[in-house]
Design a protein around this ligand. Structure first.
Ligand code: DAH
Length: 357
């Protein structure tokens, strides 16, 4: 029996060496030290021994058991340490590495421009008013001194709203229903409120059937309207000058160029000096390609036509004023250094472009 126990001890110690991991160790423990394990099997034979040998064999058996248990605990300790270290290695984080920055959103450049335009106009006492983007023909055209079938309307490549039940354009007391092709529909809507003097601006989406490098079918315009007694063109020029100096920079110059709109008399186009050629119209390489002789066309303006004031329910003999309107995207593109060659990129949702602003 002694031999048997010694063999068992040597087997166990050998097996411990190659047990590998904690699972292998546990299997060994059950196999040798478990209740029905190899050691217990040998010790079961104790009662069969002669009495005088039994005590000695029992003691030897206990010694062997202690040896096995101690060896097992040592092996377990080593394996545990090893496994813990491997686990920590796998989880290791280099705290000196730069962090991964979360994606930051920002306002769209058109929204930023709208905010800036609003701030400048607020400084002059203009208050933002809201008008519908789906409106009657009356507000978009007729009240603005453009009778039905007038050729001037062709300039606004207008979208009409289809009646879902009939195969024709939706129509009501104030005419056909349109997607507003300009923000000038806000003029008569504001006059109708009858709260004078008027100093309002309106920034809205506008829609026209056009798409090319300088047009998108959905764009933004802002419209200003000032109505009071004794308003003159001088004030219009002052407002325009203030806006341009604040939005484009103090070095940019302005001019009013005679033009024709049905809803203003006299009418002007508003030009600002070109920043590429510095207003000279010339570059070292030849004529400036961006502007016309040093000037860029920004938008339209004029003294509100008496018929428009009348359409809004006021007496043009008493009240006069001016209006102006131009595109937000256009205004943005004319800013120094913007370098936007195709307006459509503003709405392509390409983050590589948008993230620059
Ligand atoms: N509504 C015009 C357009 O879309 C721009 C405009 C011209 C607005 C003259 C005005 C104005 O208020 O007075 O082209």
């Amino acid at each position: 029996m002694k031999k048997e126990l010694e063999q068992l001890r040597d087997d166990f110690l050998g097996a411990l060496e190659s047990a590998g991991d904690s699972l292998g160790l546990e299997e060994l423990r059950v196999e040798y030290l478990g209740r029905k394990g190899k050691l217990a099997n040998v010790m079961k034979k104790l009662p069969d021994l002669a009495e005088d040998m039994r005590k000695e064999a029992g003691q030897f058996g206990n010694e062997i058991k202690k040896v096995l248990e101690t060896a097992f605990l040592e092996a377990q300790h080593t394996v545990n340490q090893f496994e813990e270290r491997t686990r920590r290695d796998a989880e290791w984080i280099d705290i000196t590495m730069p962090g991964i920055a979360p994606l930051m959103g920002s306002l769209h450049l058109v929204t930023q421009a709208i905010d800036e335009i609003s701030t400048i106009l607020h400084q002059l006492g203009f208050v933002r008013s809201r008008t519908p983007e789906v409106d009657w023909d009356w507000y978009a055209f007729e009240s603005l001194n453009m009778p039905k079938d007038h050729a001037a309307r062709d300039e606004w490549e207008t979208f009409f709203i289809q009646d879902p039940k009939a195969d024709k354009v939706l129509e009501g007391k104030k005419g056909k229903v349109v997607l507003t092709p300009h923000t000038s529909n806000s003029q008569v809507r504001e006059l109708e409120k009858g709260q004078l003097p008027i100093r309002m601006f309106n920034i809205n989406k506008c829609y026209r059937r056009q798409s090319d490098v300088s047009h998108v079918p959905m764009f933004h315009q802002f419209e200003g309207l000032l109505i009071d007694k004794n308003v003159t063109i001088t004030e219009l020029k002052g407002v325009f000058d203030f806006f341009v100096k604040n939005f484009f920079g103090a070095e940019r110059k302005v001019r009013l160029r005679p033009h024709h709109f049905r809803f203003t008399e006299p009418s002007f186009e508003l030009d600002i000096s070109c920043d590429i050629c510095g207003g000279s119209g010339k570059l070292e390489s030849g004529a400036c390609r961006l502007c016309k002789e040093g000037w860029l066309e920004l938008g339209g303006a004029g003294m509100v036509h008496p018929n428009v004031i009348k359409a809004g329910g006021l007496d043009p003999e008493v009240y006069s004023g001016f209006a102006f309107g131009w595109g937000v995207e256009r205004t943005l593109m004319m800013r120094s250094g913007m370098n936007i060659a195709d307006m459509r990129i503003i709405y392509r949702n390409d983050l590589r472009f948008l993230k620059q602003f």
